[in-house]
Design a protein. Structure first.
Length: 169
């Protein structure tokens, strides 16, 4: 939070109390997911969540999941993305209920990120209900997406994934 007064500028940090460490695969997955949300591609959001589910083979009606996720994302875009117009916590609750219904298992780190977003959303709504969250995060997600898809990063992630695969056998 940034305050301006007659003595100058005061910068305050607010700690939500949640810490998540993402490995390269988790970070890439999160970037891909946020990019699909930013581009209003709800079906892709659903497909990414199914494909990267902990037990993708046990997902109940993956096409239905993707279709319903598309409806959720479309609804958010129709209402507008200002914090005063949407409830991120309610939105995330809908997503989690949909995951439960279709047995889409989330990575624990991803679930922690969802919880942290819900906590921060309430604070953001109080501070600036006109804040457009998509406009705010778009440059960062797009930049991270470009960086994540450079040949060097792809080779690094592929090498890590193959090492993890051989270690688990």
């Amino acid at each position: 939070m940034l305050n301006h007064d007659q003595d100058g500028v005061e910068l305050c940090f607010i700690d939500a109390g949640l810490v998540v460490s993402l490995n390269d695969d988790d970070r890439s997955n999160l970037i891909d997911l946020f990019k699909a949300v930013i581009t209003n591609n709800g079906a892709m959001v659903g497909q990414l969540m199914v494909d990267r589910s902990r037990r993708a083979v046990k997902v109940v009606d993956p096409d239905g999941f993707c279709r319903e996720m598309g409806i959720i994302i479309d609804d958010v875009y129709q209402r507008g993305m200002q914090l005063g117009q949407i409830g991120v916590s309610a939105l995330l609750q809908k997503v989690l209920i949909l995951c439960f219904k279709h047995q889409v298992k989330l990575e624990p780190r991803f679930a922690s990120v969802i919880i942290a977003m819900g906590v921060v959303e309430g604070l953001g709504r109080k501070l600036d209900p006109t804040l457009d969250i998509i406009a705010g995060v778009t440059p960062y997600v797009m930049r991270a997406s470009v960086i994540a898809n450079t040949p060097e990063v792809i080779i690094k992630v592929a090498g890590t994934a193959s090492n993890n695969f051989t270690e688990n056998e």
